[in-house]
Write a protein that binds this ligand. Structure first.
Ligand code: CUA
Length: 336
């Protein structure tokens, strides 16, 4: 059985899994064969009385103690080695990405290369993670609210994401591409929709992306979008309720509860990679998010008991007109 693994971490885990699987298959086959042999060979035959009664057999007992013990050693040694390898510190030149789980989306932060400890200088985005190919990426995982789990199946293992604790996982992708990820811990009503994408890019493409994501976006009228629409959309977004939760660099939107929208138009998806990022979906989402992601608005504006912070969930805005929704969507999409 082969798998199209995309990182050495994934290959190692798959190797261990295969070993355990085939060992288990061998044990099953041997035990079933012996059972079948015994059933046939020692079945009751006509004219026979009770068979010879035996009590204890040292050779057999030593055998069925030692063989399983050896099998366990055969599983334990590579298991421990895999755990140590997977948990070992990444190379010093690895890409560091901070991931914060929220109900129900992923906050993604890249420390500033020149000032990595200054949180205010982080590049902040959501749900779509970019990393360079051929280089280890280390993910530093925490949660804003409840327990989530970070998992990109083709790139490697999964790791729990807890509040008040930092876990780490590393992937070393060997092939550029768009990799699907999913929250792997039941975290509430919209858990099943809590997806993400990892974009593995050649180093120069990654650097271009990184540079473009730094700083402000300059909305430009293009296609069907007019300058008036961008202007109207910007006024509705930065002069309305959106600023409570969302941050858009260079505007009055300074909220930190929901996803940072500074370069929102450059993302291919939104709503934790569940919806394609286009005008039609955005209008539905802002009007009533539950039409796109059922369960997402539950508990909006309620506090997390442990910290008093707000749950970061998108409320519905049923009062915007169709024209206003179009302007908001077109403004957000112009933030490249
Ligand atoms: Cu987050 Cu499931």
């Amino acid at each position: 059985m082969t798998i199209d693994y995309k990182s050495p971490e994934n290959k190692e885990i798959w190797g261990l899994y295969s070993l355990v699987f085939w060992l288990a298959v061998s044990v099953f086959v041997v035990v079933q064969a012996m059972l079948f042999y015994s059933v046939v060979r020692f079945r009751r035959k006509a004219g026979q009385g009770l068979p010879k009664q035996v009590h204890g057999n040292n050779r057999l007992e030593i055998g069925w103690t030692i063989v399983p013990a050896l099998l366990l050693v055969l599983v334990a040694v590579p298991t421990v080695r895999t755990i140590i390898n997977q948990a070992s510190p990444p190379p010093v030149d690895s890409t560091r990405v901070k991931i914060i789980g929220h109900q129900f989306w992923w906050e993604v932060r890249y420390p500033d290369p020149t000032d990595p400890t200054n949180r205010d200088k982080d590049l902040v985005t959501a749900n779509e993670i970019h990393i360079p190919v051929g280089k280890t990426a280390e993910f530093e995982l925490t949660s804003h609210d409840v327990q989530h789990a970070f998992w990109v199946p083709l790139l490697g293992g999964k790791m729990d994401v807890y509040p008040n604790r930092t876990n780490y996982i590393k992937y070393t992708p060997i092939e550029p591409g768009q990799y699907f990820g999913q929250c792997a811990e039941l975290c509430g009503t919209a858990h099943g929709f809590m997806k993400m994408y990892v974009f593995v890019q050649p180093q120069t493409d990654y650097e271009t992306w990184f540079a473009a994501q730094k700083g402000q976006a300059a909305p430009v009228a293009a296609g069907a979008t007019t300058a008036q629409q961008i202007d109207a959309g910007q006024k509705l977004v930065t002069g309305g309720a959106c600023v409570t939760c969302h941050y858009i660099d260079g505007t009055s939107a300074k909220g930190r509860i929901g996803p940072n929208l500074t370069h929102f138009g450059s993302r291919t998806t939104f709503s934790s990679a569940w919806a394609q990022n286009n005008e039609a979906n955005l209008k539905i989402w802002i009007h009533n998010p539950a039409d796109i992601k059922p369960g997402v608005t539950t508990l909006a504006n309620q506090q997390i008991p442990a910290t008093g912070e707000l749950y970061s969930r998108m409320p519905a805005f049923p009062l915007y007109t169709d024209e206003e929704l179009t302007a908001i969507a077109r403004y957000l999409l112009s933030l490249k």
